[in-house]
Design a protein around this ligand. Structure first.
Ligand code: NAD
Ligand code: UFG
Length: 340
């Protein structure tokens, strides 16, 4: 099967490419490398002994993307490409809407014109906004708190309308909770640009002494210890979710827009994450409590049963595995790709 993977050089994309190659999919990655390194895919090729066709290109460059569709016949598309920094999206909303929404529209138009109607889309738990109920199910109400989140929700609305307009479309919108960790080999992992926005890469950089201490954003939330609670999921489990989704698109009769949570169903607090990482890395992670971060919610975790019922997928890795593998990647690659 020939699969176009947009944004395949990124954190989740590279781990998914690894798992897809293990299942013998033929992969064409289209990525502008705006937030990633080609080194990630080279390492995936080395680990698997298999080839990935890479095309450096932007989703906003519709002519280049058209060429890709003219040259190859795809069975399905996995669409990771997008900008994801919440804070930056507040500063630069037009950049986010253009890249994420216009980029997706370009892709969908070409898919329709070339009769490729199977899609796995990278959505996010961010489409649930401030949760009204926990755990979050696929039918929980949607809303957003920042332009990044709105770009994901707008794309979901577009996908729903598209699926309604033409029953041949099969679209799985995977709503990721908080992916962390790295491949067991320690060869591929998360390589954020500049100061990490997310908790785990920040903790990892403190562990290798690139940063002094973790800033814990508030300890007065209505949660088990006052710090924010999230559903952290191993990136390899998340990657496997895409392989299961591709199989479902091929084997199931279900058509239309199919939203599916990818989470574990467990919530851990910031302080629990720091403790777990200390244990896995046998380091001390100094931290200080600071002000809440604007736009943060207290608590968020998934009801993952739909993924199990439909796809047969369930997260396999524990919190210990996630921290162990994140640490293994960080200590082998303290400053990320290309700088080993
Ligand atoms: P990432 O930044 O590592 O990967 C995204 C990839 O897309 C990068 O390789 C980047 O170069 C590429 N890209 C961005 N804009 C592009 C464009 N216009 N044309 C071509 N390539 C482009 O991010 P990730 O963590 O791997 O996330 C993948 C997807 O999952 C994103 O859509 C993100 O919004 C979504 N998501 C991520 C998280 C998370 O916490 N990591 C959570 C929920 C959803
Ligand atoms: N946190 C800190 N200090 C930090 C970073 C984070 O205390 O330096 C706290 C946050 O306040 C939150 C928790 O750690 O309570 C997790 O924060 P992250 O930034 O790692 O993750 P978020 O849940 O805020 O957001 C992430 C992605 C979003 C995505 C969302 C749901 O960044 O893009 O998960 O999938 F939408």
């Amino acid at each position: 099967m020939n699969i176009l993977v947009t944004g395949g050089a990124g954190y989740i994309g590279s781990h998914t490419c690894f798992e897809m190659l293990q299942e013998n999919y033929n992969i064409i990655v289209y990525d502008n490398l705006s937030n990633s390194s080609l080194e990630a895919l080279k390492r995936v090729e080395k680990l698997t002994g298999k080839k990935i066709e890479f095309i450096e290109g932007d989703l906003l460059d519709i002519e280049k993307l058209e060429e890709v569709f003219q040259n190859e016949k795809f069975d399905a598309v996995i669409h990771f490409a997008g900008l994801k920094a919440v804070g930056e999206s507040v500063q630069k909303p037009l950049k986010y809407y253009d890249n994420n929404v216009t980029g997706t529209l370009n892709l969908l138009k070409l898919m329709q014109n070339h009769n490729v109607k199977e899609l796995v889309f990278s959505s996010s738990a961010t489409v649930y906004g401030v949760p009204k109920e926990l755990p979050l199910t696929e039918s929980s109400p949607r809303s957003t708190t920042n332009p990044y989140g709105t770009s994901k929700l707008v794309i979901e609305y577009i996908l729903e309308d598209l699926a309604k307009s033409d029953p041949e479309w099969k679209i799985i919108s995977l709503r990721y909770f908080n992916p962390i960790g790295a491949h067991k080999s320690g060869e591929i992992g998360e390589d954020p640009n500049g100061i990490p926005n997310n908790l785990l890469p920040y903790i990892s950089q403190v562990a290798v002494k690139l940063r002094k201490n973790v800033n814990v954003f508030g300890n007065d939330y209505d949660t088990k210890d006052g710090t924010g609670v999230r559903d952290y999921i191993h990136v390899v489990d998340l990657a496997m979710g895409h392989v299961f989704a591709l199989k479902y698109l091929k084997d199931s009769q279900e058509q239309g827009f199919i939203p599916i949570n990818l989470g574990t169903g467990n919530g851990y607090s910031v302080l629990e994450m720091i403790k777990a990482f200390e244990k896995a890395s046998k380091t001390i992670i100094p931290y200080q409590i600071v002000e809440r971060r604007d736009g943060d919610i207290a608590e968020c975790y998934a009801d993952p049963i739909c993924a199990y019922n439909k796809l047969g997928w369930k997260a396999q890795n524990s919190l210990e595995d996630m921290c162990q593998d994140a640490w293994n990647w960080q200590k082998n690659n303290p400053t990320g790709y290309n700088k080993k």
